[in-house]
Design a protein around this ligand. Structure first.
Ligand SMILES: [Zn+2]
Length: 236
């Protein structure tokens, strides 16, 4: 360690004494080497390890509905579970660093696969501009940035955009949700995405209607291939 880094390290330890960073899972003080979650909470994250299984449940939710290459999710999303809590912090408490962290964790798994090497660009599911302005950020962008850190792939935040805001989907049937997503998304600068393999990224996979709508509009671009990556997969 250089002396500058030693001083920085001491400085961080010193700051930790007075302003401890807290685990987003259990609120205990994090050790200097821990990020976002303590070791105990990291072990409790219900990982799917789907990246080792081509025909996993994430892929199954799209099977027969549209053409896609690969699909994976980082962890199981259950009501009141740790992942639900983390994504709530990301979406409603301005904790963009939680999104970056989760994106990095997804990236570390995907980095073990061969197919991820064929991805050219990461595309986060866009929010409607009004909703993004209200929240101040798009949570999927944070996840995409974390993925990009690990995979060294660029993020394209402008190629796909949301034409209208959809009302809450939670009380709708699957068919209603899919109808509700029709013509919600659009593409711009399509030529830059021609013949590219894109990884579309979202926070939680439920029915897959949102990701399907994104993929279908992207598939109007010649030669494009799509894959899906989400942090959670809802298991209700
Ligand atoms: Zn913890």
């Amino acid at each position: 360690m250089t002396s500058i880094n030693k001083i920085k390290s001491w400085g961080n330890s010193f700051l930790q004494l007075f302003y401890p960073r807290l685990c987003e899972g259990c609120s205990q003080a994090l050790l200097v080497q821990e990020q976002i979650l303590c070791v105990g909470c990291t072990a409790e994250l219900p990982l799917t390890n789907y990246h080792h299984i081509p025909e996993n449940e994430t892929a199954n939710r799209f099977a027969g509905r549209l053409k896609f290459e690969y699909a994976s999710s980082l962890a199981y999303f259950t009501a009141e579970g740790l992942l639900q809590h983390l994504l709530h912090q990301l979406k409603y408490h301005d904790k963009q660093e939680v999104g970056v962290y989760l994106g990095q964790q997804l990236g570390l798994g995907l980095r073990e696969t061969d197919w991820i090497k064929t991805i050219d660009v990461i595309i986060p599911v866009p929010l409607h501009p009004k909703k993004e302005a209200m929240r101040g950020y798009n949570q999927s962008n944070s996840i995409a940035e974390g993925l990009s850190d690990i995979l060294n792939k660029p993020v394209n935040k402008t190629g796909l955009y949301r034409l209208r805001h959809t009302e809450s989907q939670t009380k709708k049937s699957r068919t209603e949700r899919i109808d509700n997503m029709q013509e919600v998304f659009g593409v711009r600068n399509a030529t830059t995405l021609e013949h590219k393999h894109v990884l579309i990224v979202d926070d939680v996979l439920t029915t897959g209607a949102t990701l399907e709508a994104c993929a279908l509009v992207l598939q109007t671009i010649p030669g494009i291939k799509v894959s899906f990556g989400t942090i959670g997969i809802a298991m209700d």
